[in-house]
Structure formats: C-alpha cells, structure tokens
Design a binder for this molecule. Structure first.
Ligand code: SAM
Length: 482
C-alpha cells in the first residue's frame, strides 16, 4: 500500500487515498469542535505586519474541518475571512481573460466531455493559422489582453508543433491598439521536452485540471486514450516545472466525485508542489460540469449546490491565500457575483467555447465544449464588475517583467505585489476604456479610475500612475510594460 508523502514524485504517494479518507473522517469527527474550528480560523486570518500582511494558510486537514463544519455562524466567519484575504492580497482587482479553442479533435474517451473520440456527430474543427489570426483580432477588438488556449488531445491533429505555431501567431497579431500579452495554455499532460518548448514559446500559466483525484473514478471516467493514465496526468505539473514552467494552474471538475474527496486532493496537490518545487500553484480553477452536445450534466450524481460551491471556494481561499482563483462563464452572473466576494481573483468574459466562435456573429454550438451560462459581452461584464466595486484588470506586467513562480509568490507573501498591481490595473483599465468600452462603461470606468487613484499607495507612485493615465487618455501612449 502506498504511504502518504507530499515530497514524493509518485502520484499515489502525494495524492494518497488513505490520507484523503482519514482526512474526511477527521473532518467529520471535528465538524462541531468549536475550539478546534476557532483555532483554525485564527490561523487563517490575515495579520498585519510592518511591510503589509501575512497569512498562515491551512493544511488540507485543517481546511477539510472547515469544509465539513455546518455551524451557520462559523460558516459566516469563513466567508468573512475569505473576503478579508481576498482584499488583503488581491485588493478589489479582478483579472480578465478569455478562452480560445484551437481544436476539438481528441483521442480520449472522457465521459463528461463532448470532444470524446466516440462522439461521431460533433463537427470536428482545427483552426488554420489564418483562422487563429482572425479569432485573435476578434478577441483584441473586444479588449482582451490575456488568453487561455484550449485544445483536445490528438497527437496527429494537435501535435505540440501546432500548439507552438498557434502561440507564435497569437503573440504576433497587433490589430489597432490590440495585443495579446499573456497566453496561458490548457492542453493535455505532456513530456518534459514539450513543456520546455512551451516555456520557450513564452507561455504564462500551464493549466491542467485533474478532473478527479479519486483514482478508481478517474480510470472509469477516462476509459480510453492517453488520459486514462492516472499517474501520468497527476504528475504532469512536476514535469511542467521540471521543464521550466514557473506558473501552473490546478483544478478539479466538480460533480464527478464527492466534493470532500476532491477538496482534500486538490489541497494535497498544492502542498506537494510547495514541498517539492518551493512554490505552490499560481491558480486554482473551480469548474462544475455543464450540459454539452451529448453530455447530460444531470447524469453525474455528485453535483454540488451553489451553497456548497461557495463554501468550497471560501475554504480554498483560506487554505492557499496566495493562489489566484478562477471562475469561468460556466457559472451564471449570480453565482459569479457571490464567489467574487469569497476569493475569486480572475474571471473570463465574453467567452465562446467553440472552435472559431469569436469570428461568428451568433454563438455557434456545433463545436462547443459546454454551455456558457454567463453570456454577457465583455463590455457588460467589465461594467458589472465596476458597478459592484471590483476593478477589472487587463494587466500582465508580472509575467512580462519576470515576476513569476517563487519571485511572484515572495512579493505576494510580503504584501508588496499590491503596490504594483493597483496602479497597473488602473492603467490597463484606462487603456480598455479608451479603446474598447461603450459610452456607458466609459462613464462608470473613468469615475472608478479617479476614485481608485487616490488609493494608490505612495505619493510618488500615485503621481506616475496619474500622469500615465492622462497620457493614455490624451495620446494613446502605448509604451508601458503592463
Ligand atoms: N484536453 C485538455 C486535457 O485533456 O486536459 C484540456 C482542455 S479541455 C478543452 C478543458 C477542460 O474542460 C477539461 O479539463 C474539463 O475539466 C473541462 N470540461 C470538459 N467537459 C466539460 C463539461 N461538460 N462541462 C464543464 N467543463 C468541462
């Protein structure tokens, strides 16, 4: 039997089944243990220091106790602390991105995904470089600066050379004032050699959802194709980091397995990355299964309610305070609005989950991966965020200035990241407002920029930010390293 060891490079040792079961049992036994819960909450609460703020974070066991707890006042306290952490480390900024589907050819048999090999009626499509260029122009015309590219796994149709060529094309397009400044990549688990190539191509975060940490379920949910190999998939982030990729993004597809199991597994994965590579995940995504072409989301009986979903999000926020959290347009405006208060730091906007969807007038469904709940335009999402007190940020400066991996984390942990992020968010928001926003959004946006400028820490930085914003508004200056 495998033994739990977060430093091991073997999937079954760092995501240890027995340890997860013991954790769930421990959490259940202590879910009404107020003394223990109070001690865990105390550890999670952000503490002021001379340089900023620090946060203890929680172990998978501690966080699992909070997740199991059903005392209403304690749940309220968890939510309150989640919001405090979000404000302490990310301020009221929300980073904006969009997915770009390159190809839906796939050789895997994932039972929850309509791209599975046995789906013979879905239209298969792979973008040509000309089509990639047109999609990027459409995305730039919306105002996007940060993309997450998505592709099925198919060594013949979507080899690494194809993905690299697409990344190159994406970075090369400059339409009007547009530019994609960060390309995150969500493609299947691959080799160290291929991760090195992705690193050399200048990618941002490498994102790979575990789908489920439960090995037996994993094997059933991925019955055929290369993704069937649980260890190869689970150990992918170690290979990515070995290949030089600093920022990796974790996630599970909630609904496939029992959420308490996934939650413990996810945090153990984060602990493993920290233990082995000295840096935890850059982001954690929290997708839930959605209806899709031949996929009935209701057929998955581990689906979670909106309340449990909120609790999971808040408990992740407490456990890994320095990790960004992503919510996609799989979720409705209402759910997204609630989770933004509980620790989410990145949202997608105006998304299309079909191959070539951005150049179509109407939202196409023939190649779509799943239904999009939040169907608002990017302009509507941006305005909605601001009306709710969040600053939409199009900033990619950390990545462009080499503040990735442990360099990003150490700045974040000392609270210093706030000093650059806040002015950068305001400057990139101004760029967006000048170039792409509707009159209504411009009005809300400029008012927000003026108000938020007063909160930029330090007079010198504030003056520079102010001058840059005037320059952007007056002369469309575009020489900053956002
Ligand atoms: N092919 C890549 C891989 O194998 O990991 C990943 C790209 S896939 C386009 C992105 C993610 O979409 C998957 O990891 C999965 O979690 C999610 N997904 C698949 N089917 C879904 C569905 N029906 N509803 C919601 N999300 C889904």
């Amino acid at each position: 039997m495998a033994v739990y060891n977060p430093k091991s490079l073997k999937a079954e040792e760092f995501i240890n089944h027995e340890e997860i079961l013991d954790t769930i049992a421990y959490a259940e036994a202590n879910k009404n243990n107020v003394e223990l819960i109070d001690a865990i909450l105390k550890k999670a609460r952000p503490k002021k220091t001379e340089t900023g703020c620090v946060c203890g974070g929680l172990t998978h066991r501690e966080a699992s106790v909070l997740l199991a707890c059903d005392i209403p006042e304690k749940i309220e306290e968890i939510y309150k602390i989640a919001e405090e952490i979000k404000l302490a480390f990310y301020g009221n900024r929300i980073v904006i991105f969009a997915p770009l589907y390159l190809s839906n050819y796939c050789v895997n048999g994932c039972v929850y995904c309509p791209y599975h090999l046995k789906n013979k009626h879905i239209t298969r499509k792979k973008l040509t470089q000309e089509e990639v260029r047109n999609e990027v122009i459409a995305l730039q015309d919306m105002g996007h600066k940060r993309l997450a590219i998505e592709a099925g796994e198919d060594p013949v149709h979507n080899p690494i050379e194809y993905i690299l060529e697409c990344i190159n094309t994406i970075y090369s397009v400059n339409h009007k004032n547009g530019a994609i400044r960060r390309v995150n990549v969500n493609i299947a688990a691959t080799t160290v050699e291929n991760y090195k190539k992705l690193k050399d191509a200048g990618i941002g975060t490498y994102i790979l959802f575990q789908e489920t940490y439960h090995k037996e379920s994993y094997l059933e949910l991925h019955p055929t194709g290369p993704k069937h190999d649980y260890a190869y998939h689970t150990e992918a982030m170690d290979r990515a980091m070995e290949g030089g990729i600093d920022d990796v993004g974790l996630g599970v597809l909630f609904g496939l397995e029992l959420y308490k199991y996934e939650f413990a597994g996810l945090l153990m994965h984060a602990e493993h990355l920290e233990a082995v590579h000295g840096v935890g995940p850059h982001t954690i995504s929290v997708p839930r299964i959605k209806h899709a072409d031949d996929i009935d989301a209701d057929a998955f009986d581990n689906s979670i309610s909106d309340d449990i979903f909120a609790k999971i999000t808040a408990c992740i926020r407490l456990a890994v305070p320095y990790t960004g959290m992503i919510i996609s347009t799989r979720e409705s405006e209402e759910v997204r609005g609630k989770l933004l208060r509980l620790g989410i730091s990145q949202v997608s906007g105006g998304s299309r989950t079909s191959v070539g969807g951005y150049t179509e007038e109407e939202r196409p469904h023939d190649t779509e991966q799943f239904d999009v709940s939040d169907q608002r335009t990017l302009d509507e999402v941006v305005r909605w965020l601001m009306e709710n007190g969040h600053i939409p940020s199009f900033c990619t400066a950390c990545y462009r200035e080499g503040r990735t991996g442990d360099r990003f984390m150490s700045l974040c942990k000392s609270g210093q990241i706030l000093n650059c992020c806040h002015p950068n968010a305001l400057m990139t928001l101004t760029e967006y407002l000048v170039d792409y926003a509707s009159e209504e959004t411009k009005k809300v946006g400029y008012e927000m920029v003026v108000k938020e400028l007063t909160r930029v820490p330090g007079e010198k930085v504030r003056k520079i930010a102010e001058q840059n914003i005037i320059d952007i508004r007056n002369s469309n200056r575009r020489d900053f390293r956002f």
